[in-house]
Design a protein around this ligand. Structure first.
Ligand SMILES: Cc1cc2nc3c(=O)[nH]c(=O)nc-3n(C[C@H](O)[C@H](O)[C@H](O)COP(=O)(O)OP(=O)(O)OC[C@H]3O[C@@H](n4cnc5c(N)ncnc54)[C@H](O)[C@@H]3O)c2cc1C
Length: 302
């Protein structure tokens, strides 16, 4: 089966935008193709007149740091993220989540931009970018703009970014400083592919004595049509002492305040609801231990 009529490999963002404009909405961005090509093949996505490949655009495939901010090209693959020493040490949840996506073949080509643009509520790398409070840069014919990553999601599989006219170019977020750390955990069926039963990304900041939480970001998904932060749990933790009892109370609050739903292929709402508490406690505990010790645990995958 032929999956496209024409295939253009862009060398710059401007060239990609130009091709999209030339086709007037009938062309679409492709990166690793691990979501898009399967959907076209399975008939759940219409065949595009042309695909515009952005994986050779240098700006989209680079990672750089300036002071305490890391800028990540949307075309960077999951394996490149897992292999990046600064991300592993100071944005650990992102390396951990990218390290469990699919298998090695998928991680070698699938990009972080494709993961976000596909807009599924429990996409692994996406959860970590939300927990890292990332911003995304969108390039369109009108110019470029930075948006909080949460603003990109309109519903399950619905993104504010229209890949037939615009693209995500980069993400940026602050790297962990002293007494800050993050962790990612997920529950996956052993034979499962693509999306987990539940995923959880946690980021914590402690006071100078490393005894109390001063800021927390927690994302557990899917608990809504978009990857949302657990606002009530985050507020509950601020100012509380960083103990196992506090984390258990936070985990119980997560179970009470977040909504799990039954999915035919993954799990019942009841099972997910129990696991929300377990996963929240586990991810927060690991992030806390890292923030206290400064130690980063080796990451699988890559
Ligand atoms: C076997 C298998 C296992 C998988 N396992 C997992 C898993 O465990 N966890 C998980 O989260 N996902 C998983 N996935 C899904 C998929 O690999 C990821 O979502 C991946 O990150 C998609 O990236 P891509 O570069 O392949 O996107 P593509 O398929 O190229 O594109 C996906 C969508 O995003 C658009 N797009 C791509 N890049 C951009 C951009 N820069 N700007 C705007 N729009 C863009 C495309 O037009 C398309 O609509 C799996 C897929 C497969 C096939």
């Amino acid at each position: 089966m032929q999956l496209w009529e024409r295939y253009h490999v862009a060398e710059s963002v401007e060239q990609a935008l130009g091709w999209l404009a030339d086709y007037g909405g009938a062309a679409q961005i492709v990166a690793g193709g691990t979501d898009l090509l399967l959907e076209i093949q399975q008939g759940s996505h219409p065949k595009a007149a042309a695909l515009v490949d952005i994986t050779r655009v240098p700006e989209l495939t680079s990672i750089h740091t300036e002071a305490d901010v890391l800028t990540l090209g949307a075309g960077v693959t999951h394996n490149a993220i897992v292999a990046h020493a600064v991300i592993r040490a100071q944005a650990t949840c992102l390396a951990e989540s990218c390290g469990v996506v699919g298998g090695p073949q998928v991680r070698n080509v699938a990009t972080i931009g494709g993961n976000v643009a596909h807009a599924l509520p429990a996409a692994d790398g996406t959860l970590s970018l939300v927990a890292l409070d990332a911003q995304a840069e969108i390039a369109s014919p009108e110019g470029r703009t930075w948006l909080p990553i949460g603003d990109l999601f309109l519903g399950a599989g619905k993104s504010r970014v229209n890949p037939a006219r615009e693209l995500i170019t980069r993400f940026r977020f602050k790297l962990a400083a002293a007494a800050e750390a993050s962790a990612f955990k997920r529950i996956m069926r052993p034979q499962g592919v693509a999306l987990p039963i539940l995923g959880c990304a946690a980021w914590v900041q402690l006071d100078a004595g490393r005894e109390r939480f001063t800021a927390v970001r927690l994302v557990i998904a899917p608990t809504a049509p978009t990857p949302l932060r657990a606002a009530e749990v985050e507020s509950f933790l601020i100012g509380k002492s960083a103990t196992a009892e506090t984390l258990q109370a936070a985990a119980d609050l997560a179970r009470q305040t977040l909504t799990a739903r039954t999915s035919k292929y993954r799990a019942t709402a009841e099972y997910r609801s129990e696991m929300i508490a377990l996963l929240a406690r586990d991810a927060l505990t690991t992030a806390l231990e890292r923030a206290v010790s400064g130690e980063v645990i080796p990451i699988i995958g890559g």
